[in-house]
Design a protein around this ligand. Structure first.
Ligand SMILES: [Zn+2]
Length: 251
């Protein structure tokens, strides 16, 4: 029997197109999404796809196709920008627009939100209380401090801020170092061992031949590292764990 809550495992995908993620070059969104869906289907697994609203507007058919197959469509903001310096007013407008853009495509409001680049305010309770006006759950907290995002001392299992349910990104230890279970970290880690509670995240472009040409050199370098083994690493997780979308989980 499936046990949720502290034992839930979520497979999540953050979808941002080349131009919406400040990258340059050919777009990979459709190709990458299809590779991920093929992989999920092979192992009969569910997932949540967090879409940047502007990307979703460009790929309406693809979003609908995912939705019609039972995958959860959630929001990854309207544009893929950092939210750290937003005022309360700007954040409210942005969240409303993010939710509206998805509703226009699938006919219902997305339940979940993930901030682009996990750019939650240092006052995360205030940030999440605003997110809670538009969404039922959030998954933007990274319980590891990295140079770009994350928190050192924070709960690493689900918690509430008002009515909003927060599902932090999962963490694991690789050679004694605590890392988030997603993106760059999953790619560079030699192996990934999931804990009972695990939220993993990945991006469509990571599965394609797309050469990430970011406008900043360091970003380009980090984002092109270790893409080759990602699919087999993900498949090794899909083989042994039962994943769910947030919507289908009962936590
Ligand atoms: Zn993103």
């Amino acid at each position: 029997m499936e046990i949720f809550g502290e034992k839930m495992k979520i497979f999540s995908v953050d979808v941002e197109s080349v131009s919406d993620a400040n990258m340059i070059g050919k777009d990979f969104t459709e190709e990458g999404v299809k590779i991920i869906v093929d992989m999920l289907k092979r192992y009969k697994q569910q997932a949540t796809f967090f879409w940047v609203g502007r990307t979703a507007e460009k790929y309406k058919k693809l979003v609908k196709w995912l939705y019609d197959q039972g995958y959860e469509i959630a929001s990854h903001g309207y544009t893929h920008v950092r939210l750290d310096n937003f005022t309360v007013d700007e954040l409210n407008k942005y969240l409303r627009k993010s939710s509206d853009s998805i509703k226009k495509i699938i006919g219902e409001r997305p339940k979940g939100f993930r901030a682009p680049i996990f750019s939650v305010w240092r006052d995360y309770k205030k940030f999440l209380s605003i997110v809670g006006k538009y969404f039922e759950y959030d998954s933007s907290i990274v319980p590891v401090r990295t140079p770009f995002y994350g928190f050192r001392k924070i709960k690493d299992t689900p918690f509430n801020v008002g009515k909003l349910r927060e599902f932090p990104i999962g963490t694991t230890k690789v050679m004694g170092i605590k890392i988030p279970t997603g993106g760059f970290f999953i790619r560079v880690a030699p192996y990934i061992k999931l804990k009972d509670y695990a939220v993993i995240y990945t991006h469509p472009w990571e599965y394609t031949d797309y050469k990430y040409k970011a406008k900043s050199k360091i970003e380009g370098l980090l984002n092109n590292m270790c893409k080759k083994n990602l699919k087999s690493k993900m498949e090794s997780l899909l083989k042994v764990h039962r994943f769910s979308s947030f919507k289908l989980s009962k936590s």
